[in-house]
Design a binder for this molecule. Structure first.
Ligand SMILES: O=c1ccn([C@@H]2O[C@H](COP(=O)(O)O)[C@@H](O)[C@H]2O)c(=O)[nH]1
Length: 269
């Protein structure tokens, strides 16, 4: 079954919200947990334990696991297994992108059938060219998995690169249009990352028909309520994601904060 079909089923059942798992030091403080592997594990696995049956997609941020070396990566493996066991989808935020031979290595690491870090989807960077992602696209299609390609990121520093013009198009528009074309032959395995922090996107999503991951909700200033104005007809493709907004006030607030966002995304439909 394709990633697009699996995502549609999960979000129809649980709502179209992605919860980010970013166990950064400030989050561990809010949870009253130590800045070590035990704190990392209790926080990250605690999020899935508390919300695993209510949330369609979880997005672990690989950086906060890698920060603890091999023991942190082992926790990430457990978190990915927990997400699978809870019947949710995992979207591993690793933002990889390299020449084809190395991209094949990343595809094996994160999309391979028996890979310890296998995820349902990963984030990828198109800076080496969308075409360089081909090994990962092929692996994703074969495994019913997805790739979210950075197009117009939520951070202000992205604009000079992503809105730079190349010929008659911006770089972001080139990424959007290239991914739209590839989706025709890739079961819509390609998604985009487009931040929810912009008053105006500076790119046209009209030709795109895959999933659009929208970070920047909450801590970065974006709101679910503001998405309709910014995304227009593409709103139907949007998968809002929030991390600190949900997990940033400690374990006791987790369910209430997730519930508020689930209500807000339900009102989009
Ligand atoms: O454009 C992007 C791409 C990825 N991210 C990632 O999403 C989360 C956001 O965390 P919040 O606490 O909800 O702000 C984080 O892992 C980023 O690396 C993004 O913010 N913007």
């Amino acid at each position: 079954m394709s990633y697009a079909t699996r995502l549609a089923a999960a979000t129809a059942d649980r709502g179209r919200l992605c919860v980010g798992i970013d166990p950064m030091p400030a989050v561990l403080d809010a949870w009253g947990l130590p800045h070590d592997v035990s704190g990392l594990e209790r926080c990250a696995r605690g999020i899935v334990e508390a919300l695993g049956e209510r949330i369609a997609v979880f997005k672990p941020q690989s950086a906060f696991f890698e920060a603890f070396g091999s023991r942190g990566v082992a926790v990430l493996e457990s978190v990915l297994a927990d997400i699978r066991a809870a019947g949710a989808l995992s979207l591993l935020d690793v933002k990889r992108g390299d020449i084809g031979s190395s991209m094949a290595g990343y595809a094996a690491a994160f999309l391979g059938h028996d890979a310890p870090l296998r995820a349902d989807a990963i984030t990828v960077s198109p800076y080496l060219g969308v075409g360089a992602l081909t090994p990962a696209i092929e692996a994703a299609v074969a495994g019913g998995q997805g790739l979210y390609v950075l197009a117009r990121t939520s951070n202000p520093e992205g604009a000079p690169v992503q809105l730079a013009t190349s010929g008659r198009s911006t770089v972001a528009q080139h990424v959007v249009d290239t991914c739209a074309g590839l989706n025709d032959t890739s079961d819509n395995a390609l998604g985009l990352v487009v931040g929810g922090t912009h008053a105006s996107l500076g790119c046209d999503l009209g030709a795109f028909n895959g999933s659009i991951l929208v970070p920047g909700i909450g801590a970065q200033g974006g709101t679910v309520e503001g998405l309709a104005d910014v995304f227009g007809p593409a709103l139907r493709l949007v998968l809002p994601t929030a991390s600190r907004e949900v997990i940033g006030a400690g374990a006791a607030e987790l369910a209430a904060r997730a519930g508020r966002l689930l209500d807000a995304v339900a009102a989009l439909d």
